[in-house]
Design a protein around this ligand. Structure first.
Ligand SMILES: *Cc1c(COP(=O)(O)O)cnc(C)c1O
Length: 393
């Protein structure tokens, strides 16, 4: 079955929905039981879809968890109040004082901050590695290395990792492999077929898809599911059924949205290639993106998020480009229906295992569901402002 088809039927077990098409909002904290036997049954089966107490979720959650687990290809999915909480929740579930973590150098900035601040304070040491390291990862493994964390493609700079090679080497050393799979969403890659143990989604992005809910998911294979799930409960992680309802609703159109984001972004990126101001495109589907060969091998599609690097530019000229756009708005996050533009400075300070040349400005775009011709016209006017500001220097 193709993913677009699977998205429509997944998580719609009548057990959760009573036959309603989209799983309804089921609000609860306390559940009451009539007999000791009923209560014992709920306790015994609380990890397998029996209602027990609101923090462990109800039918709205169970339906969404089943859907994400199926689409990602794992056995179970833990829900968190944000993507960042899913990352910290997964890492804290498998690391303790004295352990060593291998973290990709191109990780999402708050993930780096988590390692440098909270995890360091807990006595967990992080080594950053080059996203293109491949088999060279062996040299960084220590006897106390417990987790290898990947994000592919990386944040902002978009390097695509060789996930199967990295996973294979990690498993030889009993290291848990975690992947921030947000860019692929649950439909454009098969993390568990590539050896990943835990796949994380910032559902805030494409799953929700409408820029109105924060949510994270961590999906696990059989071997790590009990530990991930129970630790998420120990940390008191839960999500509101209203938010999960919106995530479930957003999920149903993920396939068609992703196709349109992809087409629109490819059109804009190909137009950017013709611009004399552009040094290169950082989009996994283009061969100027490090790891493009792994994108071709491991992904079934792309989406609306990519970056491009300008040949030159300073704060003034880049500001002239990104301000006063009609359709592109400046803002963090991505994955909604709207286009976003972000001038990213100081990337060199967010990389320690690799070097980034910050003299060339980088612009990140999220291409939304507008007509791409309007977006191109918007960028064209932006480049005019950019050139005028450069010439004034
Ligand atoms: C946005 C994002 C996150 C964090 O998600 P939040 O829901 O904003 O906390 C994690 N990883 C990646 C790759 C992201 O883009």
């Amino acid at each position: 079955m193709k993913k677009e088809t699977q998205i429509i039927s997944t998580g719609r077990d009548k057990k959760w929905t009573k036959g309603v098409i989209n799983p309804p909002v089921f609000r609860a904290s306390t559940m009451v039981f009539d007999t000791m036997d009923e209560m014992r049954f709920a306790i015994k089966n609380r990890a397998n879809g029996e209602m027990f107490y609101g923090r462990r979720g109800g039918p709205t959650h169970f339906a969404f968890q089943a859907a994400i687990a199926e689409l990602e290809g794992g056995v179970g999915t833990a829900l968190y109040p944000s993507g960042s909480a899913a990352i910290s929740g997964a890492l804290l579930s498998f690391l303790k004082a004295g352990d060593h973590l291998l973290m990709v150098d191109s990780a999402y900035e708050p993930t780096r901050d988590l390692c440098n601040k909270l995890l360091a304070g807990f006595g967990i040491e992080t080594t950053y590695y080059d996203p293109m390291i491949g088999a060279g990862i062996s040299e960084l493994i220590r006897p106390n290395t417990k987790v290898l964390f990947l994000e592919s493609p990386g944040s902002i700079t978009m390097e695509v990792q060789d996930v199967p090679t990295l996973s294979e080497i990690a498993h030889r050393h009993n290291i848990v492999v975690m992947l921030d799979n947000t860019w692929a969403s649950p439909i454009n890659s098969r993390p568990f077929d590539m050896g990943v143990d835990i796949s994380i989604q910032a559902a805030t992005k494409y799953i929700v898809g409408h820029s109105d809910v924060m949510m994270g998911t961590a999906t696990s294979n059989e071997a790590h599911w009990d530990q991930l799930r129970e630790n998420s409960y120990l940390m008191g992680q839960c999500t509101s059924p209203d938010d999960v309802y919106l995530a479930n609703r957003g999920l149903r159109t993920l396939g068609i949205r992703m196709q349109q984001h992809e087409q629109n972004a490819l059109k804009v990126a190909n137009w950017l290639l013709t611009r004399p101001e552009v040094d290169h495109i950082r989009h996994p589907a283009f061969d100027t993106c490090p790891g493009h060969q792994f994108f071709k091998r491991d992904f079934s599609g792309s989406n609306g998020l990519f970056s491009f690097v300008l040949k030159e530019g300073d704060l003034n000229s880049v500001t002239a480009l990104v301000e006063n756009m009609h359709h592109f708005k400046m803002g963090f996050s991505w994955g909604g229906f709207e286009s976003l533009i972000l001038a990213v400075f100081g990337i060199d300070k967010l990389r320690t295992a690799t070097k980034w040349d910050s003299s060339k400005p980088l612009i990140r775009l999220h291409i939304g569901l507008e007509n791409p011709d309007d977006l191109i016209a918007d960028l064209e006017a932006g480049f005019e402002r950019f050139n005028a500001a450069l010439n004034k220097r």
